[in-house]
Design a protein around this ligand. Structure first.
Ligand code: SF4
Length: 378
């Protein structure tokens, strides 16, 4: 993959020397102020890849413990390729966007099959892997192999737009092309991986979305947004998505000391192959108990008698704000019928921790596994 470095359209008064100065100042700042993060301990390509996939759409604070857990259980691409998907999903718990984990797993298998355990320093190979877009490709190859490849994500995008005084939206249309072009132009010949990380780090720690700390910024003497007092206007604010509220009911079906756990289908929809207590939206004005009886029948084929409420969980999924009321129910008849779910198991509350589940379902299962909350089951 040969890409020519594009000609830069530099702000008025800037020269190649200005860019060189920016590079030096930012790298010096990074060397002094970078956070001590577990994936920065070495330049192992596998660890960098796992961390970068996790960091897409998830905060550093949430990624840190998940990363440690993941690489401890699956320390190499070989181990990941050989792992059962249920283990990969379990290790991904809490990070959300489980498609990323499935893609990572599939990509590890493809790499092992074609290239063995040593991750290749070859952009053409990486570009063909599932889940690898321009960001992941640039992040892994620049950090692991010092390839001069740019990255763009929310933090670096904001820093570049402010530094260059770019007034249009860098997230859309021509703005996207501008920001990728600029991220490439500004990269140094050496230490490209560190420079990419430095841009992101500056955006995370100093050039934050609201009230950036320009007084602490190594680039303040060059920054066009600062010079013109436009830090808050660049980049333009995005309208927050309108949330749709959804009322759901979840049914914890008991048979003696066991609960029914259902596995979602593996071929479509969200949370594929993961486990959960059956749940679905309530109809307008539908009573919770009536909805629970209906949901149990429609999703599992089972007849139930409704008991007390266990827990109410509020959470958001994309543009939906969901209130999930979970009620207990006793099995009254019927046998499980696959359809909505791929399969189901009757499990003890103490076994719930072994199954990969979504974050809201984990909250419910933690409550169910608490003897004081679910005395009849223990
Ligand atoms: S001077 Fe301020 S606005 Fe400009 S890059 Fe630094 S922190 Fe961001």
């Amino acid at each position: 993959m040969k890409r020519q470095t594009p000609k830069a359209k530099l702000p008025h008064g800037w020269s190649g020397r200005t860019l060189a100065g920016i590079r030096t100042k930012l790298l010096n700042w990074f060397d002094k102020h970078k956070r001590d993060l577990p994936w920065r301990k070495n330049r192992d390509a596998y660890r960098i890849w796992v961390s970068e996939v996790m960091l897409q759409q998830t905060t550093v604070a949430a990624v840190e413990p998940a990363f440690e857990r993941f690489v401890k259980a699956l320390p190499t691409v070989e181990a990941l390729a050989k792992a059962d998907e249920q283990l990969v999903l379990k290790l991904w718990e809490g990070l959300g966007y489980y498609r990323r984990a499935r893609h990572l797993h599939a990509a590890a298998k493809a790499l092992m099959k074609d290239h063995g355990a040593k991750l290749p320093d070859d952009p053409d190979v990486w570009a063909k892997l599932p889940g690898v877009g321009r960001y992941i490709l640039g992040a892994v190859l620049s950090q692991a192999f010092d390839r001069r490849l740019p990255i763009v994500e929310a933090n670096s995008q904001r820093v570049l737009a402010r530094l260059f005084g770019y007034r249009a939206d860098p997230r859309e249309g021509e703005g996207k092309a501008w920001v990728w072009n600029t991220a490439e132009v500004i990269l140094p010949e050496k230490r490209a991986g560190d420079f990419n990380q430095a841009l992101m780090e500056l955006g995370a720690l100093v050039c934050v979305p609201a009230s950036p700390e320009c007084g602490k910024c190594p680039l303040s003497a060059n920054c066009i947004a600062k010079r013109n007092g436009l830090q808050e206007a660049i980049p333009p604010k995005k309208k927050p998505p309108e949330l749709t509220t959804v009322d759901e009911v979840g049914v914890v079906i008991r048979d003696g000391k066991k609960l029914l756990l259902c596995q979602r289908p593996g071929d479509a929809g969200r949370w594929q192959n993961m486990w959960e207590v059956p749940h679905a939206p309530r109809a307008d004005g539908e009573d919770i108990d009536d909805a629970a009886v209906r949901v149990a029948k429609e999703l599992t084929g089972l007849d139930v008698e409704i008991g007390p409420e266990v827990l109410t969980i509020k959470h958001s999924v994309t543009r939906y704000s969901i209130t999930l009321v979970c009620v207990e129910a006793t099995l009254a008849g019927g046998t499980f019928a696959a359809g909505a779910y791929a399969k189901a198991k009757w499990v003890k509350p103490t076994e719930l921790a072994e199954y990969p589940v979504s974050s809201p379902q984990r909250k419910l299962m933690t409550a169910l596994a608490n003897p004081s909350r679910q005395r009849p089951l223990f």
